[in-house]
Design a binder for this molecule. Structure first.
Ligand code: 5RP
Length: 226
């Protein structure tokens, strides 16, 4: 089975967890896109009433085009469940996110959710985080100085660019990817990055996920993290 087929499989499986009346965080990325497609279908065919809380302008646009009502994170009093993708998940259910430059909004929605579910194809499961570059959302002001500090720490930073321009997040910040190859202590690294001025948010999502649906060729595998 191809990677996209596995993404579609888990995207469709996740929708079974969404029921009438729920407020649902909607993640960002190609896997979530399949989930939102399936959710749009469920809303139209079954007439369920849900509110989506999108984690990016992209997801908001897609959801609205399918008739899914959305609200901002500050306009809801709770979020029952957030369903999002991930770039890497280790054996302790710690994750890297931000491959789609949406990790700031994704983390804000995630920490305000009662439950978090990640949907991934099996290639995202790993023993150790770090072979996927760790994204940082950084303020444009001072970003070259921050870049030099990250170089001195041997974190192999790289500005994320597209067509010769900085990739901009929905909050109009830049993205720096850290090519660390191995992250031995995700909690220590998260604490260090949290303390660095100019880093708005990093892509380490630690102790956040409750359920992971992994797309395997023989069907979706449900893993309960906590
Ligand atoms: C966006 C993310 C995505 O969830 C992550 O990059 C996975 O994306 P995809 O489903 O396209 O592989 O964190 O910021």
């Amino acid at each position: 089975m191809e990677q996209n087929e596995l993404k579609k499989l888990v995207g469709e499986a996740a929708v079974d967890y969404i029921h009438d009346g729920m407020i649902v965080g909607l993640g960002t990325g190609s896997t979530v896109k399949y989930m939102v497609d399936a959710l749009g279908k469920k809303v139209q065919e079954e007439g369920i009433k849900i509110i989506g809380v999108p984690t990016s302008e992209r997801t908001e646009k897609q959801a609205n085009s399918l008739g899914i009502i959305t609200k901002g994170v500050d306009d809801v009093d709770h979020i029952d469940l957030t369903i999002d993708g991930a770039d890497q998940i280790d054996e302790n259910f710690q994750g890297i996110k931000g491959g789609g430059a949406a990790h700031l909004w994704e983390k804000i929605v995630a920490i305000n959710s009662e439950k978090n579910m990640w949907i991934v194809d099996e290639s995202k499961m790993t023993q150790q985080l770090g072979s996927f570059p760790l994204p940082l959302e950084v303020t444009p002001y001072g970003s070259k100085q921050l870049f030099k500090r990250l170089q001195k720490l041997n974190y192999n930073p790289e500005f994320r660019m597209a067509d010769g321009h900085h990739v901009l997040t929905d909050s109009k910040n830049y993205v720096i990817d850290l090519h660390m190859h191995r992250i031995n202590d995700p909690f220590a690294l998260a604490a260090e990055l949290d303390s660095m001025t100019g880093i708005v948010e990093h892509g380490l999502f630690l102790d956040l996920v409750n359920t992971v649906i992994v797309g395997r060729p023989n069907g979706p595998e449900i893993l309960n993290a906590r």
